[in-house]
Design a protein around this ligand. Structure first.
Ligand code: URA
Length: 263
């Protein structure tokens, strides 16, 4: 009998050594993870350090998109980046602007709004979205409970393209690292891109606005909603209903992220 008890004990000890504490069996092991959930847990649900080649948080991942040789890499504050933008000619339109248009708003905003490029009024004042489109943007934000001052607003391009022409691919490529750095420093929880050009530039896509809007995209772990540019809504008020749906989608996702959803 004694021998039998010893044999059972040895078998249990061996199993424990292989599988860990018995509590393991009570720990539900996720059989599937959501599409974008970080796989930073081991089989037993214990957090694991991220592999060295893959930076852990979205902001580190986005910062890693900046070319290693760019001076932006070493910058630590938005003021430092704004000074760099003001002093540097990266593309010909930088030399022709009246003012650089860097960004405005809460430097610790949970929501970042990204437009395409400054227009005439923005170029004159050095602030994004101050013309008629800016007035409508303020109303769009207010409709979902945000004041202009509590979000961070910027553009893909920091200089006005002449005659308000579309930004060119080489201009977008040259200025995108500045936007990546702004995201890495502000650390928004969610991003709203207004217009096809801003959405495509950030997400690295080449789609129609129809393909981009109406959903929550994943940008290196950060949720991104794309909707109509307010200037387009001023010209086409019939699109406002669809824009309202996008804004509600953004607000619902934001509330879920912040734990303030009512259901
Ligand atoms: N349109 C934009 O995309 N950005 C501005 O700042 C103004 C108009």
């Amino acid at each position: 009998m004694q021998e039998l008890l010893h044999a059972v004990r040895d078998a249990l000890l061996q199993e424990y050594a292989l599988l860990g504490p018995l509590g393991f069996w009570k720990t539900p092991v996720a059989m599937s993870t959501p599409e974008h959930a970080p796989s930073n847990q081991d089989l037993f649900g214990q957090p694991q350090p991220p592999p060295e080649s893959a930076p852990a948080d979205p902001y580190a991942r986005i910062e890693a998109l900046i070319p290693p040789e760019s001076p932006l890499r070493a910058m630590r504050t938005l003021d430092e980046v704004a000074r760099y933008v003001a002093e540097t000619v990266l593309i010909p339109i930088d030399a022709r602007r009246t003012n650089p248009v860097f960004g405005v708003g809460n430097p610790e905003a949970d929501l970042m709004v990204i437009g395409e490029a400054p227009g005439a009024e923005e170029d004159r004042q050095g602030e994004p979205f101050v013309g008629p489109a800016g007035q409508l943007l303020n109303k769009m934000l207010k409709a979902i409970g945000f004041e202009r001052e509590e979000v961070y607003i910027t553009n893909v391009l920091k200089s006005r393209p002449p005659h308000n022409r579309d930004p060119q691919p080489d201009e977008i490529e040259a200025h995108l690292p500045i936007l990546y750095k702004q995201i890495a420093l502000v650390k928004p929880r969610i991003i709203l891109c207004v217009g096809r050009i801003a959405g495509n530039a950030l997400l690295g896509r080449n789609g129609s606005l129809r393909a981009l809007r109406g959903k929550v995209h994943d940008f290196h772990g950060l949720p991104v909603v794309v909707t109509f540019h307010p200037a387009a809504l001023l010209r086409n008020p019939q699109w406002k209903r669809l824009a309202w749906e996008d804004l509600q989608l953004l607000r619902a996702h934001y509330d879920r992220l912040m734990g303030t959803a009512t259901r």
